[in-house]
Design a binder for this molecule. Structure first.
Ligand SMILES: *[C@@H]1O[C@H](CO)[C@@H](O)[C@H](O)[C@H]1NC(C)=O
Ligand SMILES: *[C@@H]1O[C@H](CO)[C@@H](O)[C@H](O)[C@H]1NC(C)=O
Ligand SMILES: *[C@@H]1O[C@H](CO)[C@@H](O)[C@H](O)[C@H]1NC(C)=O
Ligand SMILES: *[C@@H]1O[C@H](CO)[C@@H](O)[C@H](O)[C@H]1NC(C)=O
Ligand SMILES: *[C@@H]1O[C@H](CO)[C@@H](O)[C@H](O)[C@H]1NC(C)=O
Ligand SMILES: *[C@@H]1O[C@H](CO)[C@@H](O)[C@H](O)[C@H]1NC(C)=O
Ligand SMILES: *[C@@H]1O[C@H](CO)[C@@H](O)[C@H](O)[C@H]1NC(C)=O
Ligand SMILES: *[C@@H]1O[C@H](CO)[C@@H](O)[C@H](O)[C@H]1NC(C)=O
Length: 493
């Protein structure tokens, strides 16, 4: 009798423990801790988390890595700047919903999610999702809006699909990618990838001491102004969200069975990698900076960079090197200056086509103005040096104004945009009266002759363009009140 009772009790215990285990295999509950050497795997086995030591390192870190593709590629590290030097680490969820990494040998807390959730949480649970996101939530609430904390909001060096890079303007949360120091040391390195919201928002790759390495350029409705348009990809779609609540960059997979990640690597490059199941290795799809013209501000003020020229820098038309001698020996510092100074009241504008728009950190913008209003706005202020459309789709819309020397312009040819730069009236064309009259007559004649041809051509082209837009660029635009969500599948980061 006693024997069978014991047996029954044992069986019950066994059942209960397997039940508990199978129910929460991707989760951790309060009072349970995850020691070094034990792991938690996401529901479909895509990601795994636990303690790891990078190759060649004696230190131990808590992190998340790919499980399904077995290279142990780490995508997130909790205690990156406070490693353990032995195997006494453990991850614990506190009763009030705080996730901590502690040294069990001495009780020191090395890292915490720093949650202060006492007022809201009843049954906290920490769960590793299939997306690679480690979240703290209420056990009965799976709504992602109500997560108390998530690792996606505190990235290491990697942006996974669905992760945001940028700012929540309401809470002040800023999600920045930061490189590892070296391949065997995940502590915070010198390079970062972030969204700068001064002026019109832009993405920057930064080096040590907040030196700009690469600037993506403002989002132009299709892509970032610095991207090469035209190349399309079938792996991921980029999205830029810009509204009163938040500004961020994100991407999602078009084909969910392909693995891709965006990394700021230890040597300071931004890399988009994709997993090749045949070779069992990561391949680089795109990287930046990709050429000399990607180096931020290489040609300085009013200089323009063309990668196929040698030397790459030249002055914009109607501008001259500030220091001819330096410029002749390929020293670009000082940049370019106007041949003719501005007058303010009598100035006009010259259009420069096919460029990556200059740095917009000191720009002013209005997304509902048209180009004509934009020009008038710029004319009103003597310190306004240039204007351009924000959105290049269709006939173009929005207004960007620049008030400082134009920096970091790249010649992109077909992929580039138009910018209108303020110019002294004497630079706008010859001023001789006779020449003017002759020119007007000739132009008139030419216009009349060409008008018919042009109209037919325009109609045809517009049809073609619309067709191209529909079929080639799987692009969507959704407007919900203040929300603007744009998706682009052009091949860039
Ligand atoms: C897990 O895999 C199954 C089968 O492939 C799929 O139906 C399910 O949607 C996946 N779940 C997640 C969270 O990815
Ligand atoms: C490990 O770190 C502790 C302090 O956290 C230190 O006292 C100890 O000497 C270190 N051990 C080794 C082997 O470096
Ligand atoms: C936690 O929240 C309480 C109540 O809102 C507050 O008084 C306390 O200062 C907070 N603690 C921390 C560490 O933020
Ligand atoms: C980071 O930058 C600092 C200062 O420029 C430099 O001394 C250090 O070597 C750099 N670290 C790495 C890992 O490149
Ligand atoms: C960083 O990315 C660049 C560009 O893809 C690559 O050449 C370099 O080897 C990478 N560095 C490391 C440490 O992987
Ligand atoms: C601008 O040009 C006008 C007419 O040529 C002249 O009267 C005015 O003084 C000039 N203003 C400046 C600031 O040079
Ligand atoms: C932007 O331009 C529109 C149209 O000119 C105007 O109605 C609106 O007030 C402007 N917004 C700002 C913030 O200047
Ligand atoms: C760069 O310069 C070369 C040679 O001058 C020219 O053929 C090419 O069109 C320029 N590139 C762009 C993108 O304009």
């Amino acid at each position: 009798m006693a024997e069978s009772l014991t047996k029954l009790a044992f069986l019950c215990c066994f059942c209960l423990s397997t039940l508990l285990f199978s129910q929460a295999s991707d989760s951790i509950l309060p009072t349970k801790s995850l020691p070094d050497g034990k792991f938690i795997v996401s529901s479909n086995r895509t990601f795994e988390m636990g303690f790891f030591s990078p190759d060649g390192s004696k230190n131990s870190f808590f992190g998340i890595w790919y499980k399904i593709i077995s290279t142990g590629t780490v995508v997130w590290v909790a205690n990156r700047d406070s490693p353990l030097n032995d195997t006494s680490g453990a991850l614990t969820l506190t009763q009030d919903g705080n996730l901590i990494v502690l040294n069990t040998a001495n009780g020191n807390v090395l890292w915490s999610s720093r949650g202060n959730y006492t007022s809201t949480i009843q049954n906290p649970v920490a769960q590793l999702l299939e997306s690679g996101n480690l979240v703290i939530r209420d056990a009965n609430d799976e709504n992602s809006e109500n997560y108390l904390w998530q690792s996606f909001d505190h990235p290491s060096d990697t942006a996974l699909p669905g992760m945001k890079i940028g700012k929540n303007l309401v809470t002040g949360l800023d999600r920045v990618l930061r490189s590892w120091k070296t391949s065997d040391d995940p502590s915070t390195g010198n390079y970062s990838f972030l969204l700068d919201s001064h002026g019109f928002p832009q993405l920057f790759l930064m080096g040590s001491g907040s030196v700009e390495r690469f600037r993506y350029g403002p989002w132009n409705g299709e892509t970032f102004s610095g991207s090469s348009r035209g190349k399309k990809n079938l792996i991921f779609a980029v999205r830029f969200v810009f509204n009163w609540k938040e500004i961020y960059y994100t991407y999602h997979l078009i084909n969910p069975s392909v693995f891709t990640r965006l990394v700021v690597n230890q040597t300071g490059d931004l890399q988009r990698l994709s997993w090749n199941p045949r070779t069992q290795a990561w391949t680089t799809l795109v990287y930046r900076p990709a050429d000399i013209c990607d180096s931020y501000g290489i040609c300085h003020g009013y200089g323009i960079c063309n990668n196929s020229n040698n030397p790459a820098c030249s002055c914009l038309d109607k501008f001259k090197p500030q220091n001819e001698e330096d410029w002749a020996s390929a020293v670009w510092s000082g940049g370019c200056v106007r041949r003719t100074p501005l007058n303010c009241t009598n100035d006009g504008f010259i259009r420069y086509s096919g460029v990556k728009l200059p740095d917009t950190r000191n720009s002013w913008y209005n997304q509902s103005m048209n180009l004509e209003e934009c020009k008038k706005m710029c004319m009103k202020s003597c310190s306004c040096v240039a204007y351009a459309n924000i959105d290049i789709r269709g006939e173009g819309s929005g207004c960007l104004l620049w008030f400082e020397d134009l920096m970091d312009i790249k010649n992109l040819g077909e992929s580039g945009q138009d910018i209108y730069i303020r110019m002294a009236s004497s630079e706008l064309g010859s001023s001789g009266r006779k020449a003017k009259i002759i020119r007007v007559c000739l132009t008139l004649l030419a216009v009349i002759l060409l008008l018919g041809l042009f109209l037919t051509l325009y109609k045809w082209k517009k049809q073609q363009k619309r067709h191209m837009e529909d079929t080639q660029r799987q692009q969507e635009l959704t407007r919900e009140g203040n929300y603007e969500i744009i998706t682009s599948t052009l091949l860039d980061l």
